[in-house]
Every structure is written in C-alpha cells, then in structure tokens.
Design a protein around this ligand. Structure first.
Ligand SMILES: Nc1ncnc2c1ncn2[C@@H]1O[C@H](COP(=O)(O)OP(=O)(O)OP(=O)(O)O)[C@@H](O)[C@H]1O
Ligand SMILES: [Mg+2]
Length: 393
C-alpha cells in the first residue's frame, strides 16, 4: 500500500462500533475517522476522502444500507466496503457483493480475522484485480457454427461489465472468421497477433491502452487477426500465456471460441472456469452436445465447469427442455429465447441487442443471465470465504 487510507465505521450499535474503532486504531497507517450512524453524514465523509475503507454493520436498517453501498460503489470507486454481520445469510451476502461490497466478517469479531480483511481491502487499492474477485474465464463454445456464440459472448460480456463495473475482456478466438468487432462496430488499432508479438511487454497499462474500449463501459475487446495466415503463427502455448496475462488485469474474460476442437481452442477451454456449451434444441444439436460432453470428460474437465446454454429457445420446440436434460444428463444452465428479427437487426447495425432493444425478450434474458452468472460466482466466493474462515478458527 503506497498512500494512506482513511477508515470509517457505519453502525447503529455504538458498542460494536467502539470495538471496531479500537481494532482500527491499532493499525497506525490508517487514518481512523471514527463512526457514524447517519447515512448522509457518512456520504459526506466518504466523498471528501481520497481513499477510504468503509466498515458497514449491516444488521440494522439492512435494506437502506444495501442501497447505500450500491450508491457509494457506483459513485465513489475509491471507497471499498467491508461488511460485518451477526448471522450473514448467503442470499444477503450475494446482494451485498452485487452492490459492491468485497469483504465480510461475522460477529463475534476476531481481531486477526478483521484486521486481515481490512488489510486485504487496503491492498486492493494498488492491485489491478481485487484479490477477492480473481479473474473468471468464461468461454462460449459450440462445435457447430452459426449457433449464436458471438451474439452470446458479446452481449454477455457487455452485461457483466455493466452489472459488476469490473474490467471485462472480450477475446475473439475465431482466427478464421472473427465477428466480435463487427457485432460491436469497432475498428480496433490492435489485434491478438500484435498482443502475441508483444507478450513480453504486457502489463496492465499496456493492456488497458491497447485493447479497444467499448464506449464508456469497462468492456475491452481483443480482436481476431486481420489475415488468415496470421492464425498459423499463433501457438497454443502463446494463447495460454496471453490468457494468463489478461487474467492479471481483468476481473472477467469472455472468450468467443472457434467452432472446432483444435489445440488453440482446447487450450482456451482448458483455462476457462466456465464453458458455456451452446446448442439449439434439436436432435442433431443434442447428438453434437453429447459428443462434446464425452470429449470434455476425456480431457478431464470437471463436470461443473461445463454448462448447457440453449439458444433460440421456443416454448413449443419439439425437443423440450426435459428432453434436453434427459438426453444430456445435465440441467440446462440458461435458455435464451428465439428472436431472429431483433438479433439480426442488432447485428446489422453493429449495436448489441442489450443496447439497441433493451426491452426485447432476448435483451432481458441476457441481463438476467449476467445477474444469474455473477450471483453464482459471488455465492461460491462467499461460501469459500466461510470455509476458509472456519479453517482459520
Ligand atoms: N436468440 C436468438 N434468436 C434468434 N436468432 C439468433 C439468436 N441469437 C443469434 N441468432 C442468429 O443466429 C445467427 C448466428 O449468430 P452468431 O453469429 O452469433 O453465431 P456464431 O455461433 O457466432 O456463428 P459462427 O460459427 O459463424 O461464428 C445470426 O444470424 C443471429 O442473428
Ligand atoms: Mg461467431
């Protein structure tokens, strides 16, 4: 940590706030601003501080404080939030993480645990990716072309960036027929071949200035190479290294993968935390999915890592959701409704459907999907933290 950081406690319980204040005072590098219970007073202090750690006791006026954390996280990125609670439920913590909180500690407070969490938050000011939200790599895959991978990768990446406000990299690994830049109407100055030639130089500044930022969002795009020939010069090992480097800067990487089981694609899928195996609900697609699942199992991919995504879903499809789940022996993770006209119009205009037509059924499905997916991640994070805290006790 290079600069001094202020701390503030927001609590309705003077006694609990006093104990937290005592702990904080032990860390003399922190400038302790005491405690407040009034939200507007808290806002003023936070807004006037340069960098501030806010400890929120969430047990009273819970909903009001969730709204407050949401507002602060959206407006003041240099305020980091730690939650304390007597009996935190998973659902409450997921809500708070979605609101922007990144650390939590439960009552009765254990000094070392509390100070560790505060220190972690303080360190995250200088770390490009917050320690508590390590990079998640999500690949959209199908071994059949034209199934909707690019539509899904693009809209999902954009929604994740908007939902989490974290930096998201959208990587086009379709070396022959990349479409991401067309779908977003971008003309990037650099592409994946340039990145690979410069692997040795890559750091956070290089990435954030070289990848193409999508409008005023936190979505950054890495385009496919402009010439077919360039693809041959890229090795799976370089793809592996590139993804590792990207994961140090970005909280999420969304990969639009090629419709093939080549070694570059398998490398990218292997490095992914989640592979969205995408299909439409018909018989040939189900057969294909079965083959993919068999292959993934041979490659040793964990069962949970592969999730089934049905695109162009229709209630009256001849092959029903139950059929799909029965044939594949897996629950469907998400279904995106069929809406050819809206999707095609978005593609032709180079505007993601979530922006062009936010009230359409597909846009709503992408928004809900992004919340579902990120909430699952927050839930797993929280459960891991609980497990680790118990191990430390
Ligand atoms: N939810 C949807 N409803 C109806 N049509 C859709 C939907 N999603 C995508 N499509 C259509 O499917 C077609 C293929 O989409 P897309 O280019 O995203 O697929 P892809 O898997 O990336 O294809 P490729 O293999 O060529 O890379 C497009 O015409 C698009 O409009
Ligand atoms: Mg595509």
């Amino acid at each position: 940590m290079t600069e001094s950081v202020s701390t503030l406690v927001l609590s309705d319980d003077a006694q609990a706030a006093g104990i937290i204040g005592m702990f904080l005072k032990e860390l003399d590098k922190f400038d302790c601003r005491g405690y407040v219970s009034d939200l507007s007073q808290a806002y003023e202090i936070i807004a006037s501080a340069k960098r501030i750690l806010l400890v929120v006791d969430i047990d009273d006026r819970t909903e009001q404080k969730i709204d407050f954390v949401t507002k602060i996280s959206a407006e003041i990125p240099d305020c980091k939030v730690l939650i304390v609670s007597e009996n935190p439920s998973v659902e409450l913590m997921v809500k708070l993480m979605r609101a922007g909180a990144r650390e939590f500690v439960s009552y009765p407070l254990i000094k070392t645990e509390f100070l560790n969490s505060i220190q972690k938050l303080a360190d995250s000011f200088d770390a490009p990716v917050k320690e508590s939200s390590r990079c998640r790599i999500i690949s959209v895959f199908s071994n059949k072309g034209g199934i909707g991978k690019t539509s899904i990768a693009t809209n999902l990446a954009l929604e994740i960036a908007k939902t989490t406000k974290e930096n998201v990299a959208l990587v086009d690994l379709n070396f022959q027929l990349g479409d991401v830049t067309t779908f977003l109407d971008l003309k990037p100055s650099f592409n994946i071949s340039y990145m690979i030639e410069n692997l040795g130089k890559i750091n956070e500044d290089f990435l954030l200035s070289t990848l193409e930022k999508y409008k005023d969002t936190s979505l950054y795009v890495l385009a496919d190479p402009p010439f077919f020939k360039m693809a041959d010069d890229v090795s799976p090992k370089q793809i592996d290294r590139l993804i590792t480097l990207l994961s140090k800067t970005f909280a999420f990487i969304v990969i639009d993968s090629a419709s093939a089981f080549d070694d570059k694609t398998i490398t990218a899928l292997g490095k992914s935390d989640l592979v969205l195996l995408t299909a439409v609900a018909n018989l040939p697609a189900m057969r294909n999915c079965q083959r993919c699942l068999e292959l993934f199992s041979k490659l040793g991919f964990a069962n949970d890592k592969i999730q089934i995504l049905i695109n162009r879903y229709m209630e009256n499809d001849e092959v029903t959701s139950d059929d799909v789940e029965q044939v594949l022996g897996k629950k469907i993770y998400w279904k995106i409704p069929n809406n050819y006209f809206t999707m095609m119009s978005a593609i032709n205009k180079g505007i993601p459907v979530v922006e062009l037509n936010p009230s359409s059924n597909v846009a709503k499905s992408y928004r809900d999907f992004s919340l579902f997916l990120t909430d699952n991640i927050f839930r797993a994070d929280f459960e891991n933290k609980l497990k680790n805290n118990r191990k430390d006790d």
